[in-house]
Design a protein around this ligand. Structure first.
Ligand code: ZN
Length: 413
């Protein structure tokens, strides 16, 4: 099919989608830019642009002082709902067709204690509230996306063997939400969704661009990676690609809840770090943490970072060893995958710049010079890791795929 499309650049079913994608990725654009970027005839571009304008998916944008019109996505022609579910919090955002947040809601949840129906019910209630307060009707809802802290079978929209979510294994999340919203629903792993947010709105935009390749690492209680290859999420055969938390660190014997020894998550994840910090406070090895614990401060990554900044040697050691273990595994990925960017996100980034620096140093030390040349390792700057924004982008990528834009146009005409 793909071959056919390539041989027939004016293929009717996918051409509007191709044009729309170019404008989504790089707009606002002049019609001439679209002709140049697509390789399509000027008359073809012009005909489809007119159709996309008439059904309301595109709008004209006249630059200040300019005479000629530019074309951009009609961001207010509809909206999407992005849901980010964490172990202890739920975030729901109403977004426009460029994945900009119109309004959002959040609340604490417990995936250990609450059933999927309870948690998803809260998400649905938030979405309804947001639609209502923005004065939007359900007919303008293009789709709903959700990121789950679990491996996900993407084709079926179900979580698979989630480690700490009793009752969620193979729970039909997509069909539950589709029944509530009567629109397309897309379910993915939280890390993949965060990677999409970095691609379009975060670290990747200035470095590799929307068609680039990079790795997003979420370092929190768990550790996982999202792989973006030429602008697309790589999910692997079953959706398990990027699950780096259970890759073993050579020579480490720490027992992991998965039953293996030396897993990255068991050695360098948030739970392991906080347990070590507590032990260091209890034994007095860290005078800073001992004093903070005695004063009633909860042990958290930010506190360990503060201790490290104040010169507490044990805190410095904790930060550096966690970063070094993560960097050690990432170096293997760099040798294999050769990305030009690694974005680090998640709760452990609260450990500060020293943590990122130790990841970077460990990657450079352990990867081959060619693979590491020009590699950028940086911390995510997106609030909350971009979970709801990424979930919105997941929906937009699907409903605005090459094939679907043509269908959408026929529906709107
Ligand atoms: Zn493990």
């Amino acid at each position: 099919m793909l071959e056919l499309e390539e041989k027939d650049p004016a293929n009717q079913s996918t051409t509007p989608g191709r044009i729309f994608k170019i404008i989504r990725d790089s707009g606002p654009l002049y019609a001439n830019d679209i002709v140049r970027r697509s390789g399509l005839a000027k008359s073809t571009v012009s005909a489809y642009v007119d159709k996309l304008l008439s059904v309301g998916l595109l709008r004209e944008d006249i630059p200040e002082g300019g005479k000629r019109r530019k074309l951009k996505v009609a961001e207010s022609a509809g909206y999407v709902v992005g849901i980010a579910l964490g172990q202890s919090h739920l975030d729901v955002a109403l977004c426009d067709l460029e994945a900009e947040t119109i309004d959002s809601r959040c609340c604490p949840v417990s995936l250990l204690r609450e059933s999927p129906e309870e948690v998803l019910g809260k998400a649905v209630a938030f979405a309804r509230e947001l639609e209502e307060s923005a004065g939007l009707g359900p007919q303008a809802l293009f789709g709903v996306g959700i990121g789950l802290p679990s491996p996900v079978d993407y084709a079926n929209g179900v979580p698979v063997n989630p480690p700490v979510m009793p009752g969620w294994d193979r729970y039909p999340v997509a069909s539950f939400l589709a029944q509530e919203f009567t629109c397309p629903v897309f379910v993915d792993n939280d890390v993949n969704v965060m990677a999409l947010a970095e691609r379009d709105k975060g670290a990747a935009t200035g470095i590799v661009g929307r068609r680039g390749s990079f790795i997003l690492v979420k370092a929190g209680t768990g550790i996982g990676a999202g792989l973006v290859i030429d602008g697309e999420i790589y999910r692997g055969a079953k959706g398990a690609a990027g699950d780096i938390g259970h890759i073993g660190i050579d020579g480490d014997e720490t027992l992991c809840p998965c039953g293996n020894r030396g897993c990255l998550e068991a050695v360098a994840g948030g739970r392991a770090l906080l347990a070590r910090a507590e032990a260091a406070a209890g034994s007095g090895r860290s005078p800073f943490l001992a004093a903070e614990l005695a004063a009633g401060s909860p042990i958290a990554p930010a506190l360990v970072a503060k201790g490290a900044a104040s010169g507490d040697e044990e805190c410095i050691r904790l930060v550096i060893s966690s970063g070094a273990s993560i960097g050690d595994i990432l170096a293997k990925l760099v040798n294999f995958f050769n990305p030009s960017l690694i974005v680090v996100s998640g709760g452990l980034t609260g450990l500060g710049e020293r943590f990122i620096a130790s990841i970077r140093e460990s990657i450079y030390r352990r990867s081959t010079p060619l693979a590491a040349a020009d590699l950028v390792v940086k911390k995510s700057a997106l609030p909350g890791g971009g979970g709801t924004t990424g979930a919105a982008i997941l929906v937009l990528d699907e409903v605005f795929s090459h094939r679907n834009v043509g269908r959408l146009m026929r529906g709107l005409a």
